[in-house]
Design a protein around this ligand. Sequence first.
Ligand SMILES: Nc1nc2c(ncn2[C@@H]2O[C@H](COP(=O)(O)OP(=O)(O)OP(=O)(O)O)[C@@H](O)[C@H]2O)c(=O)[nH]1
Length: 516
Amino acid sequence: MLRTSRRRLAAAALLIALTAILGYLYNRTQAADIDAQNRVMLNLRELEKLDAEWTVNILRAHIGLDTDYAPLSAPLPRMRQLQAQLSSALPMAPGPQAVRAYGEVARTLHEKTALVDQFKAQNAELRKSLIYFPPAVTELKSEVTGIGGATVAAPTVLALDAALNALLTDVLRFNLAPDDALARRIEKDIALTMQYKNAFSPALRESAEAIVAHARVILRNRVLENALETRIAALGTPAALDRLGRLFDKAFDQGQIEMQRFRTFLGIYSSILLLMLIYVARRLRSSYTIIGVVNRHLQAANENLEQRVAQRTAELEAQSAQLQQLALHDGLTGLINYAQLTRLLDHALARATRRGTVVVVMFIDLDGFKAVNDTYGHAAGDLVLKAVADQVQSRLRKEDVLARLGGDEFVILLEDVSGREGAELVAQLALDAIRGIKEAGGHPIEISASIGISALCGDRGEAGAAKALLAKADQAMYVSKQGGKSRWSISPDAEWDACPDPRSIARTGDGRATAG
Ligand SMILES: Nc1nc2c(ncn2[C@@H]2O[C@H](COP(=O)(O)OP(=O)(O)OP(=O)(O)O)[C@@H](O)[C@H]2O)c(=O)[nH]1
């Protein structure tokens, strides 16, 4: 029992373990979310594209193509959104490298944003000066060479015009390609301009000073802006994005390879499980077949056993019935024996006591029987005894009882006899029947019987009434013997009429009755 439950536990544990392994393998084959991977790569590409566009827009602002700075701020919200999505996708590329690469991307974009803000301020100031500077120089030149220079010495007019010409050319050249030598030359141009403008009217002087101030803005901001652009270029955002993209790619490729490997494992494992299932199913089938065969054998054995038990029981019952027959009957004639007679007589007397009726007993002893034995042998004697039993029995009613006590002694027991005459009639019938037997085994015989009759009105609850009644009948039979045989005699103690009223017989506590 204990062993069986342990085996069941082990089988259940094995089943759970096999299922868990199956679940684990299946789970690993689903580990890579291709859609999510594609989304990450698309986000990266979009961020790269927006960053490149951002850089182009800086260039456009640099060369003055864009008149406002909206394109420099517009992509920022979307770029921040993409950055956040990439950050949350980092677990898909495990390891510190991807985190570092992402950190680099975030850092460069953050710094680029700050540098672009500075760029916008400087570029706005620069653009203002660039717009102002060329027409202002041209206008001042025409003033100087025109009315404004009418009162000034011609060499001074020509010198200021030349200085303004040089300043315009050098500043515009510097704006296109800043250069230290050019910067030094512009300083000289400024110095000459400032020197010669003093010969002119205050209004012209003021214009010249404003032009110089704008020239200096262009000089300074162009250098600063170029430095900012160099710093922006040095940030290396595209390279950082590219590095992050390659790490994601690698991780996704490894995931695919891993998934493929687990698919192979799952296939092999499923095949093994299938084989195991087939094996178990075949074992179960053969077990059931064996159990079926054993069951059939057991059933057959059981049926056989039941048959044998039934047969044995029938035999025992037959033996028991035979024993009962032997115990209660006479083996030669089949009539009841003395033991059964006394039992029946007891019952008959008890009934008679209750009913107030008479029980009659006739004791029959054959006359001349010994001579049959002596003359023709014991076997002939047996035939005579059987014939007596048959003949007397045939004369009696169904409810009358004929018993053989042994030897040549028989007893008739009668209940509900219609008085003495009835008893005498039965005795005469029995006597005639016995006298009528004239041969046995082919031998002529001559037999008769001496009959003693006794009658009693029940036992009145007295023990031994049956034996006493038999004894009276026996005594009466002797009277017949002594009286010359072949006759019947009635016991002087026989009771025929004066049976007490059963209602007058009081019953004692133990069920016995006493005459009232
Ligand atoms: N064949 C046979 N004889 C038996 C059996 N039992 C007893 N006997 C014989 O029956 C005889 C009975 O003897 P008795 O009663 O004296 O014979 P009887 O000739 O009738 O003499 P009375 O009774 O005096 O008239 C004996 O010879 C017994 O041996 C039996 O079962 N079979």
